[in-house]
Design a protein around this ligand. Structure first.
Ligand SMILES: Cc1cc2nc3c(=O)[nH]c(=O)nc-3n(C[C@H](O)[C@H](O)[C@H](O)COP(=O)(O)OP(=O)(O)OC[C@H]3O[C@@H](n4cnc5c(N)ncnc54)[C@H](O)[C@@H]3O)c2cc1C
Length: 462
């Protein structure tokens, strides 16, 4: 447990230290006395320091986004890594915003016209490159935070940060300033920038060649209803090794599947209509799905609910289609919890990681109560199988909670059949359900550290 804690802390700690190094090198080069006199020198000095730290944080964010195996381990899993990535990305942006504002203010304090000139091409190509990178970064950050992006568009916006970083690096290395007069600072930022560009190239430009992936073939596609499909894949060569509860990234290759994708499509849902523009090739789209199969089974199984273009197209997937799989990722597993007594709560399709965990139980040690909330009994596709596991495996109980009969899952409902003392609670479901349950469980006395959840999206929490 202690080693695990250190391992999780290693990533954020390294991030903090590596981001601050440029500020230390810069302070060594430009002592306080060098820039504290004039207002314009002070503003420019602080602005420069913010820019250097912001660029280091930006470079590190590109590295975090590359989903490198050792890096995600140092953060305690991909979900934690992405959380840090989001926070660090915002911080990098704020630092760079501070840089732009203070440099302009420093110049404007001498002459307002000069300050404004910095925001136009008249400032020279190098400065203007920096401004373009900043504006593009602003647009990309705003899109991630405020637009409702499809998974595919989200991935493309993330990739755009690599290009923006390359442009910003040109600005940093071509601008004369503290960096160019401090050799250690130039070397440090140079190495960090190269590492970031290499990580970007590894993931986004040459991912098909460089990222370790597994080849599978679809052996069965079973429609559970109009919206949910179960896919089974057999390994073509070596098979992926996973732990119960982990997820993979996968894409498929078949004419029937790929013919479902169009450059422009119109989606209607109730009164609203959305026009979807496809920026790239469906072959490059890797989507995350929890494994429902057990680690001992060389075949991989997924259960997918249709919510958008990719997941709808999976209903047309045919047996024999090729699949490429990357992973496994994730720490969300009953095996990683402190308590052997656990309460699992699934909302609808959120049952998938629990299927893998339940199928892996061998009756030893664990006491697990699974609460599965579904709209109605017709949607509890795996209830028979889970009841079979309940009969076979001591210590596992299933509580089906159809909303039309029993309402939502709440701590009060759980307390009727399970104790909430000394348990780990694992939740997977729609974000509003996860948020409400987390709050109610804390109010009912479950410590926050004992409540664990997996989100089915990597974007900002909504
Ligand atoms: C760790 C993890 C595990 C997962 N495991 C599973 C699993 O086991 N089973 C499963 O079914 N899913 C799972 N998911 C979710 C799955 O990855 C996504 O549902 C899938 O990638 C969506 O792709 P898509 O192209 O079909 O939908 P997208 O087009 O990406 O749409 C995603 C959602 O956003 C909405 N949306 C998108 N754009 C708009 C817009 N402009 N206006 C309004 N709404 C919009 C869509 O309606 C939809 O609800 C998992 C996700 C993660 C992160």
């Amino acid at each position: 447990m202690r080693a695990d804690y250190f391992l999780r802390a290693a990533g954020p700690l390294a991030l903090l230290v590596l981001s601050l190094v440029p500020a230390l090198l810069w302070a060594q080069q430009s002592p306080w006395s060098a820039w504290r006199g004039e207002v314009s020198a002070t503003l420019s000095g602080i602005g420069l320091a913010l820019g250097l730290v912001g660029m280091a944080a930006f470079a590190l964010n590109i590295i975090l986004g590359a989903r490198l195996y050792t890096v995600q381990k140092a953060f305690g899993g991909l979900e934690r890594l992405y959380r840090t990535h989001r926070a660090n990305g915002r911080l990098a942006y704020l630092l760079i915003l501070g840089h732009v504002c203070l440099i302009v203010a420093g110049r404007a304090s001498l002459s307002p016209q000069d300050g404004l000139r910095l925001l136009s091409p008249a400032a020279g190509a190098v400065v203007f490159l920096g401004l373009i990178a900043f504006l593009a970064m602003t647009a990309a950050i705003a899109a991630t935070l405020y637009a409702r992006l499809t998974h595919e568009a989200f991935v493309y916006v993330q990739r755009s940060f690599g290009v923006i970083f390359a442009v910003a690096s040109l600005h940093v290395f071509l601008t004369a300033g503290a960096k160019s007069s401090s050799r250690p600072l130039t070397i440090y930022l140079g190495m960090l920038s190269l590492a970031a560009l290499a990580a970007f190239a590894y993931r986004s430009l040459f991912g098909n060649l460089l990222v370790r992936r597994y080849d599978y073939q679809v052996s069965e596609v079973r429609e559970l209803d109009r919206n949910v499909v179960e896919i089974t894949m057999a390994p073509l060569t070596r098979h992926l090794e996973s732990r119960p509860g982990q997820f993979i990234f996968v894409t498929f290759y078949s004419d029937a599947f790929l013919s479902q994708f169009h450059p422009v499509s119109v989606r209607t849902s109730g009164a609203s209509t959305t026009i979807v523009l496809r920026p790239g090739d469906a072959r490059d789209q890797f989507h995350p799905f929890s494994l429902t199969s057990t680690p001992s089974d060389p075949d991989l199984k997924l259960v997918v609910k249709a919510v958008g273009e990719f997941t709808h197209a999976l209903h047309k997937l045919d047996t024999g289609a090729r699949a490429r799989v990357e992973g496994p990722y994730g720490q969300f597993s009953h095996l990683n919890m402190r308590h052997r007594r656990q309460i699992w709560i699934a909302g609808g399709i959120g049952i998938t990681p629990f299927l893998s965990m339940a199928r892996s139980l061998d009756g030893t040690d664990y006491e697990i109560d699974l609460y599965w909330g579904v709209n109605d009994r017709a949607q509890a596709y795996f209830a028979d199988e889970l009841e079979g596991i309940e009969r076979r495996v001591g210590g596992f109980r299933l509580f089906l909670v159809p909303e039309d009969e029993r309402g939502f899952i709440t701590p009060q409902l759980i307390s009727q059949t399970s104790s909430l003392q000394d348990v780990d609670v694992l939740i997977v479901g729609p974000p509003p359900m996860e948020r409400a349950l987390r709050r109610q469980l804390e109010e009912a006395g479950v410590p926050p550290a004992s409540i664990h959840s997996e989100r089915f999206a990597f974007g900002p929490r909504r």
